[in-house]
Design a protein around this ligand. Structure first.
Ligand SMILES: Nc1ncnc2c1ncn2[C@@H]1O[C@H](COP(=O)(O)OP(=O)(O)O)[C@@H](O)[C@H]1O
Ligand SMILES: [Mg+2]
Length: 487
């Protein structure tokens, strides 16, 4: 069930990075001006003699010296809060290669000053959860890459497997068989991100080219259970997509519609389709929005004109040599401002994992209570027999009192959740298929724990080492070895 809400526009912000060393060394002129107060970016054509500027206004603009926190606090924080309340949210980074998409989305995660949107969101989410009082949360993560219209699961040991998109009338579009990893704290979720990033770079010789031509989608699903005014528990589910898009430069170099489409088909169909979807949504004439033209637009259909709150961060460089690209990016971003979404809180969806966990936890609670009672009984007997012994040796006789409270064994002090996690870990190390790994019936998602992921990763690391030694043998080699190690 969803709770209806009115429509709202996509929030668009623009960030301009500093001149890089190469641009400085070649004395590139700065042609981009940013007026933070007015929210305006102006760009000057270096080829024209006059000082005519093209000016665009956005929800916010960020100058070369902008801090990661400034962008996060204004552009992203409210959206993450909404996701914590059960809305879907999407943050896109769009721009030419080398303009700061990855810097903005990821930055330097270990440096609080330079960490980007994704690690900042971890901090925000888990701080919120630790302060909550009457809610129960479950956070899980998936990480996808789309390259040449193929979807890869970056959190799966067989990360070269191509995944399929499926559609379900109730749940919309989803990736069949995608892994998700349940994370309990910042450390775990950071770890999962790092593993995904590593996996993105395994086995490909032209890594830079690949990463600039592929889309990375980091998905955090947050389930929150809380008692409603009706006295019943309700689960709200917010899904947060954080998207580091492929570099936009190729697309802008393709000219007319027909030609553009042909070239994009070879280079990056998804990015081209994204542009067409935005055009169709905002031109007011189109009756058809071509979401189905690419994997990216199908997967993120809700983020563009649907049930999601969406932020686009467009990144540009300041140097005169990139005038055309910069102008194209600003025009693209300017159009995206007019997209209207209809976000709503997702309440009690069918695929809530938390419901399953709650049921299991309730069962474990009973189990723990039984163990606690047994422990209590054992303790009472022990104390009584001690008393009897003491009494006998002193010649006095003392009868044990009924219902006497003994010291409870530590097992009772352990929270049910801790107990549950321990069980999962024990099962994992004993090579059992843990309950958490059950496929989520409807969406065919495979949830796993960080511990499971780590086990998989160890084998991946061995492979990376092997690969470094013998990068000659490319993907086939990796595949063959993987199967050997894991079968
Ligand atoms: N706002 C910024 N401030 C400082 N350095 C930046 C900024 N944006 C990008 N950079 C630097 O510019 C280079 C290219 O950025 P990157 O994020 O990799 O670009 P993209 O992902 O768009 O290809 C990196 O070395 C990055 O650290
Ligand atoms: Mg990048």
């Amino acid at each position: 069930m969803s709770i209806g809400k009115k429509s709202e526009a996509v929030k668009v912000v623009v960030r301009c990075r500093p001149l890089n060393k190469k641009e400085e060394a070649t004395n590139q002129e700065r042609i981009v001006e940013v007026d933070v107060r007015l929210g305006q970016v102006s760009v000057r054509n270096p080829k024209s003699s006059g000082s005519l500027l093209k000016t665009f206004t956005f929800d916010a603009v960020y100058d070369v010296g902008s801090k990661q926190n400034e962008l996060y606090d204004y552009a992203c924080k409210p959206l993450i809060d909404s996701v914590l309340h059960g809305f879907n949210g999407t943050i896109f980074a769009y721009g030419q290669t080398g303009t700061g998409k990855t810097y903005t989305m990821e930055g330097v995660p270990t440096d609080p000053e330079r960490r980007g949107v994704i690690p900042n969101s971890f901090q925000h989410i888990f701080t919120h959860i630790s302060r909550s009082q009457n809610q129960q949360y479950l956070v899980r993560v998936s990480y996808i890459e789309i390259y040449q219209e193929e979807i890869r699961d970056l959190l799966c040991k067989d990360n070269n497997k191509k995944l399929e998109l499926k559609e379900n009338p109730e749940l919309g579009v989803y990736v069949k068989g995608l892994s998700s990893v349940v994370t309990k704290n910042i450390k775990e979720i950071e770890h999962v991100m790092n593993l995904g990033n590593q996996s993105r770079s395994v086995g490909f010789t032209k890594m830079n080219e690949r990463s600039s031509r592929s889309h990375g989608i980091f998905v955090i699903t947050i389930e929150c259970s809380e008692m409603g005014t009706d006295g019943e528990d309700h689960i709200r589910v917010g899904k947060l997509n954080m998207v580091d898009l492929a570099g936009s430069e190729r697309q802008s170099k393709t000219g007319a519609q027909g030609q553009r489409f042909k070239e994009a088909a070879k280079i990056n169909l998804s990015l081209s389709a994204l542009g067409n979807v935005i055009s169709a949504l905002v031109d007011g004439k189109s009756t058809h929005v071509p979401y189905r033209d690419s994997k990216l637009t199908r997967l993120l259909q809700d983020s563009l004109g649907g049930n999601s709150k969406t932020v686009m961060v467009a990144t540009v460089g300041p140097a005169s040599c990139h005038y055309d690209e910069t102008l194209t990016t600003l025009r693209y971003a300017n159009r995206a401002k007019n997209i209207r979404n209809k976000p709503k809180i997702n309440e009690d969806p069918k695929d809530a994992l938390l419901r399953e966990f709650q049921e299991e936890i309730a069962r474990l609670k009973v189990q723990l209570e039984e163990r606690g009672m047994l422990a209590k009984e054992r303790r009472r007997r022990r104390r009584n027999s001690m008393r009897m012994k003491r009494s006998i040796s002193s010649g006095e006789v003392e009868t044990p009192r009924d219902g006497e409270v003994g010291v409870v064994e530590t097992v009772q002090e352990e929270s049910v959740e801790d107990y549950w996690w321990k069980q999962q870990m024990a099962k994992t190390s004993a090579n059992y298929k843990p309950d958490i790994s059950r496929k989520l019936g409807i969406v065919d998602e495979k949830a796993k724990t960080v511990e499971e992921l780590l086990k998989e990763q160890q084998s991946v690391e061995i492979l990376i080492e092997k690969y470094k030694v013998s990068s000659f043998h490319t993907v086939f080699f990796l595949h063959a070895d993987y199967t050997l190690n894991h079968s």
